[in-house]
Design a protein around this ligand. Structure first.
Ligand SMILES: [Zn+2]
Ligand SMILES: [Zn+2]
Length: 159
């Protein structure tokens, strides 16, 4: 490549250096010297190794898809839970399994995204049965407790 490029963060500055990861031109002020070459500030900030709580894009996507699946399929489980007498044990088990699935989908990294997805998806799974009751002013502990237990177990397992 010939001719000057312009820093992507400072369009008026000419440069001949580009980021080793994304290839965008960067000026001397913006470049970061790393063990694998010169990088732009965005790529230099990315952690080098897999770190707890750090997910790859594919793992983030899998985590979110698993969350969607749990919130949809989980409503059948939640429905069943409200039909049986052992609902607290079953909701703990359901929350546990949901949390494990999300933890696995995220490459077992855990972190806040996995925990949030687990909690929200399990809460959504329960909401078709819980929300109408709550809106009707029915705040019975027997209705609310299974959902709380399931959400708690899911978050704990996904962390
Ligand atoms: Zn870059
Ligand atoms: Zn620059």
């Amino acid at each position: 490549m010939s001719g000057p490029m312009h820093c992507y963060r400072h369009p008026k500055r000419e440069t001949r250096v580009s980021c080793a990861t994304c290839g965008r031109p960067i000026c001397t002020e913006c470049m970061n010297q790393t063990s694998v070459g010169i990088k732009c500030p965005d790529d230099a900030r990315v952690p080098r190794g897999a770190r707890a709580g750090a997910m790859k894009t594919s793992q983030v996507v899998k985590t979110l898809l698993t969350g969607v699946a749990i919130s949809i399929l989980g409503s059948a489980v939640a429905f069943a839970i409200y039909q049986v007498p052992f609902r607290l044990i079953l909701s703990a088990l359901a929350g546990y399994l949901a949390g494990r699935l999300i933890h696995r989908a995220g490459g077992r990294n855990g972190g806040s995204l996995a925990m949030a997805t687990a909690g929200v998806s399990v809460a959504l799974a329960f909401s078709p049965f819980l929300l109408p009751q709550l809106l009707a002013g029915n705040f019975q502990i027997f209705l609310i407790l299974p959902a709380l237990i399931a959400v708690g177990f899911a978050i704990y397992q996904a962390r």
